[in-house]
Design a protein around this ligand. Structure first.
Ligand code: ADP
Ligand code: MG
Length: 235
């Protein structure tokens, strides 16, 4: 059974169907990629999975539990953590305090004092733990967002464009991190425009266009798919 299952989800904003009967599954310990042009519905799908937006129809299952009617904090108790396309750090807090705030709100709050230094160390952020978040270059701030999500020890980690603003070297280290998280059993779902990263790190891919899944498969299968090429070339 998949760790995440989204069944037949529809979301309408006025007359626009941001999502139209979307179904995806993410397997435990794998990296699943969600790609597609701007406006395809990727961030909306993350909002539905994380409980920030109720779909007009459809269901979300995490680890076999129907969480469709649960709010975001109850979903985090089921092991879900996410990052946002727009950075959501507390600018005036240090890197360490950004992690502490998240850890103390999460299901592992009693272990916050030990988890935070562990996560800082794993992501190579210990040296900037006292730096205030609003002084960080975007690429580093993205990594701090991921670190913050990791302080709850998620079973399911949703990352919305985590490599935007990272340079080539940061992206390469980030790819290694995603692989090691998956190897530890974390289920990772990533929305990302950097195709080199997506193709090298994802085990499974879904392509969204205009609110629908237009293709699904391995990176090799997706690379050869003509519908996908058409969606990206806009014809
Ligand atoms: P993506 O992340 O793939 O770029 P989004 O999920 O952000 O796409 O948006 C999907 C569609 O839904 C777009 O047409 C967008 O304009 C629309 N949309 C997203 N959020 C809202 C909102 N809060 N109100 C109205 N329309 C929205
Ligand atoms: Mg988006």
């Amino acid at each position: 059974m998949a760790l995440l299952e989204v069944k037949n989800v529809t979301v309408a904003f006025g007359g626009v169907r941001a999502l139209d009967g979307v179904a995806i599954a993410a397997e435990k310990g794998r990296v699943t990629g969600l790609i597609g042009p701007n406006g395809a519905g990727k961030s909306t799908l993350f909002d539905v999975i994380s409980g920030l937006r109720r779909p007009s129809s459809g269901q979300v299952f995490i680890d076999g539990h129907d969480v469709t009617r649960l709010g975001p904090s109850r979903r985090s108790k089921h092991g879900l953590a996410r990052t946002f396309q727009r950075l959501e750090l507390f600018g005036r807090l240090s890197v360490r305090d950004n992690l502490l705030v998240a850890a103390e709100l999460g299901p592992e709050r009693r272990k916050a004092a030990t988890l935070v230094p562990e996560v800082l160390d794993r992501l190579g952020l210990t040296g900037i733990a006292d730096t205030s978040a609003d002084t960080l270059p975007t690429g580093v701030a993205r990594l701090v967002e991921v670190a913050r999500a990791l302080t709850v020890r998620p079973k399911l980690l949703l990352l919305d464009e985590p490599a935007a603003g990272q340079d080539a070297e940061e992206t390469e280290r980030f790819a290694d991190l995603l692989r090691s998280l998956a190897a530890d059993g974390t289920t990772v779902v990533i929305v990302e425009h950097d195709m080199d990263l997506v193709m090298s790190v994802c085990d499974d891919l879904y392509v969204l266009d205009l609110g629908k899944v237009i293709a699904a498969g391995s990176p090799e299968e997706i690379r050869r798919d003509e519908l996908v090429l058409a969606a990206y070339l806009g014809d």
